[in-house]
Design a protein around this ligand. Structure first.
Ligand SMILES: Nc1ncnc2c1ncn2[C@@H]1O[C@H](COP(=O)(O)OP(=O)(O)O)[C@@H](O)[C@H]1O
Ligand SMILES: CC(C)(COP(=O)(O)O)[C@@H](O)C(=O)NCCC(=O)O
Length: 306
């Protein structure tokens, strides 16, 4: 287990009870929005884990806003809106993007007047062509496969209220989609999700996370994550077999056992070493560690003390 020195370890039951007095039940519309993120999300987790988390984020947003206002007064400059940036880190297939979309849904429901945007750092991977040129196609997801300078500039622009474009990555195409972007334009809240968001870019003095107001590391036992990776691979195959342009099409129409063997190999030779060498070491930088067990259920949380 990791060093818990600077964290409150909060078991699920305690976390849920901390929030009892603020509990609000979700409307049918909110429930259907959550189901549209992922229909396997446990509603007990939404109620017991993620709603209290949204409340905690609200506390952080309010205090950050107040600090920015007072600092502007101190400097004698006009206070302007500074987007609150929430980073979400963790292994490939641990559930970052699901957590990010769920939080986007819950934050939008809780703060209907706020603009909540979401981007994933997959878009800052170099395109396959460039990865091949650099001979690092087998290192997709490792620090050197990302244009971290571009990600830093993007985050800096967002913080400064400038419109910023995040390139798009498609899991189906297994590559960057040329000329497609997510435009982030002065949101109140931006969620930045990706395996690398707590990493120190090489040749840079700045962490992307220096721009974050709160960060979450989604954590689980490695064997469980491997299972989730393989399950997701099966789902990708199930949706690929009718689309010859899909990267997974040849695997989808071929021998399933061989395809699964290939996915297992990819996990063991790429994603697992990446988790061990580059992702897990960033866990202790997070403000909150969300620890999941079987079926993605959260059993304990670690909240940074100071
Ligand atoms: N809370 C959850 N409940 C049920 N299934 C989940 C949950 N979170 C993730 N999953 C499933 O786990 C797999 C990986 O999730 P995903 O969000 O794609 O991970 P990541 O973005 O970390 O790669 C997907 O098949 C997804 O449907
Ligand atoms: C694009 C990724 C680096 C990012 O992963 P994500 O967290 O979005 O699942 C990953 O899905 C990936 O493609 N890894 C390379 C090896 C592979 O799984 O094919």
């Amino acid at each position: 287990m990791y060093n818990q020195m600077n964290y409150y370890k909060i078991p699920r039951d305690e976390w849920r009870n901390l929030y009892q007095k603020y509990q609000v039940s979700l409307s049918a519309k909110e429930l259907s929005r959550i189901k549209s993120v992922n229909d396997r999300i446990s509603l007990a987790d939404v109620q017991d884990i993620y709603q209290p988390l949204v409340h905690l984020l609200g506390i952080h947003m309010k205090s950050r806003q107040e600090l920015m206002k007072q600092q502007a007064e101190f400097l004698g400059i006009e206070a302007h809106k500074v987007p609150f940036i929430l980073g979400i880190a963790g292994s490939v297939a641990v559930g970052k993007s699901t957590t990010a979309r769920l939080l986007q849904t819950l934050l939008s429901a809780t703060y209907p007047e706020k603009k909540v945007q979401l981007i994933t750092t997959d878009g800052f991977l170099y395109p396959n062509k460039e990865l091949k040129r650099r001979q690092i196609m087998q290192r997709k997801g490792f620090p050197e496969s990302y244009d971290m300078g571009r990600l830093l500039t993007f985050t800096n622009d967002v913080k400064n209220g400038l419109p910023a474009k995040a390139p798009r990555y498609s899991h189906k195409v297994y590559d960057i989609v040329p000329d497609e972007f997510d435009v982030v334009d002065n949101p109140d809240i931006l969620i930045v999700e990706g395996i690398n968001v707590l990493q120190l870019p090489s040749n840079q003095q700045l962490y992307v996370s220096d721009f974050f107001d709160f960060s979450i590391y989604v954590d689980a036992h490695e064997d469980l994550i491997q299972g989730w990776y393989l399950e997701r691979f099966e789902t990708l195959l199930d949706t690929a077999f009718q689309d010859p342009s899909n990267y997974y099409y040849p695997y989808a129409i071929g021998d399933r056992t061989k395809a699964t063997r290939m996915a297992r190999r990819v996990w063991l030779t790429i994603n697992r070493p990446n988790l061990r060498e580059y992702i897990l070491p960033t866990r202790n930088r997070a403000d909150l560690i969300l620890h999941k067990t079987q079926n993605h259920l959260v059993n304990e949380l670690f909240l940074r003390k100071y």
